[in-house]
Design a protein around this ligand. Structure first.
Ligand code: PLP
Length: 436
């Protein structure tokens, strides 16, 4: 580790990092920014939302002068770390050539070609600027293609913050029918059906009614639990959708390019009709995509509207090309597989040694730690048994030991999390466990 990290070491070991300057700055900015943040998912963090001054590799540097090992990675995008030289150089080279053309560029064509070469379902694609938007485009395509209205989603799956899909992202155990995710949300529930995930019989029965336009799912349930599909589940869903003429959409906003160069669909071997991408596609630049069968995607030339002023922005496209070139190189993922697995196993072993029930689940590049479970969860209902309050205590203790991981249990890995970083993390994990 570098000199700087050695100097930091006492505070890590003591678990005495303080975040008072962040707290002060959040209070100050709350005069102008609602809640001091620009996303509700940054609100209410323990001990406070943090304010950062810079980031480098696997590290964040905050307003209190703390250097934190980062497993947020911007909520997933920063798969090549915070300062990948090739991505930055590509974006910098584009800057003096113009930012936004309101037209096409060779970079956009090149980025589209890379997406279509890497992703199994992608015969055609379109760029947009956020995962939420990509999901909206996919939903519209399912309805346009089928002439049907109903879309099936699954309890505990998150597909962005828009009214028509922010249903049952974290429903209570006794929920009957879709549960709104926000105050003020439009309450049209006629077009949405919420089912338990990993329950093939339930899906087959509903799809067989032949009125379902689309089924949308996180093909690995990354927003809660990093739960993998049970053997045969995705294959069964695929078959049921094909039989009923229902469009199958994998929301790969988290898994895309992250769990394999071709996303979860490549890793798990089941090809949807449409898929959505964002996050890792451009390593921090605001780029998203919807991709899929050409007959579906080409509906965008036949009356299905998809717009967006910033879609295909030239600097972001330069970053996309550079990012995807790195991610399609098998060596990029191979290193993360090895180090991520060691981290997962180390965290599981630390909880086991402390006699605290916990399950570490998922892929080396994105996994989840659930305190309070004794066996692998299969769906949202299983996750309701987690001890969330204890996990928040654990995440807060970790932060004081210099490791920033999401309070909801997810851990994102980058290529910059080298062996030294993993070792330091595991040391902090052990210390944090001893404090909860
Ligand atoms: C699976 C999934 N879909 C959609 C979204 C929405 O993406 P964005 O936040 O870019 O709008 C997210 C965001 O976390 C996500 O995890």
């Amino acid at each position: 580790m570098s000199e700087a990290s050695v100097a930091d070491r006492r505070n890590w070991q003591d678990g005495t990092l303080s975040f008072e300057e962040s707290r002060r700055r959040i209070a100050e900015s709350s005069q102008w920014l609602a809640g001091g943040v620009s996303s509700n998912f940054r609100l209410g963090m323990s001990p406070t939302p943090l304010v950062f001054e810079r980031a480098e590799g696997a590290f964040l540097f905050d307003a209190d002068g703390n250097r934190l090992i980062d497993y947020y990675l911007g909520m997933g995008p920063m798969i090549l770390g915070h300062t990948p030289a090739d991505v930055i150089a590509a974006a910098a080279a584009q800057l003096p050539k113009g930012l936004l053309y309101g037209g096409q560029s060779a970079l956009e064509t090149e980025a589209a070609r890379l997406v279509c070469e890497m992703v199994p379902c992608a015969e055609r694609m379109r760029f947009c600027s956020s995962g939420s938007e990509a999901v909206q485009a996919a939903l519209r395509l399912t309805r346009a293609a089928t002439g049907r209205r109903v879309v099936i989603k699954f309890a505990g799956h998150y597909h962005g913050w828009f009214d028509n899909i922010l249903w049952s992202t974290a429903p209570p155990a006794d929920a009957s029918g879709p549960v709104a995710g926000s105050r003020g949300q439009a309450e049209e529930t006629r077009e949405i059906v919420v089912l338990p995930w990993n329950d093939l019989a339930a899906l087959q029965a509903r799809v067989a009614q032949n009125d379902v336009a689309g089924v949308i799912m996180e093909s690995v349930m990354c927003n809660s639990g990093a739960i993998l599909p049970l053997p045969g589940y995705l294959e069964g869903v695929r078959e049921a959708c094909t039989k009923a003429g229902t469009v199958l959409v994998f929301d790969e906003v988290v898994t895309g390019f992250r769990v394999a160069p071709g996303g979860a669909q490549a890793r798990l071997g089941v090809t949807p009709d449409l898929a959505t991408f964002a996050k890792a596609i451009a390593n921090g630049f605001p780029v998203a995509a919807v991709a899929g069968r050409k007959d579906l995607m080409d509906l965008m030339t036949q009356g299905v509207v998809h717009g967006g002023t910033y879609n295909g922005q030239a600097v972001a496209m330069a970053a996309t090309v550079a990012t995807l070139k790195r991610l399609r190189d098998p060596a990029t993922h191979a290193g993360m597989e090895i180090r991520g697995l060691r981290l997962m196993q180390g965290i599981q072993a630390a909880f086991d040694a402390a006699g605290i029930a916990a399950v570490v689940n998922g892929f080396p590049q994105i996994f989840h730690v659930a305190i309070g479970l004794t066996e692998k969860p299969r769906n949202w209902d299983d996750l309701l048994k987690m001890d969330r309050a204890r996990y928040v205590k654990f995440a807060t203790a970790l932060l004081r030991h210099g490791v920033r991981a999401l309070e909801r249990g997810a851990w994102f890995l980058s290529t910059e999390h080298n062996d030294d970083v993993i070792n330091a993390t595991l040391e902090a994990v052990q210390r944090a466990i001893s404090e909860i």
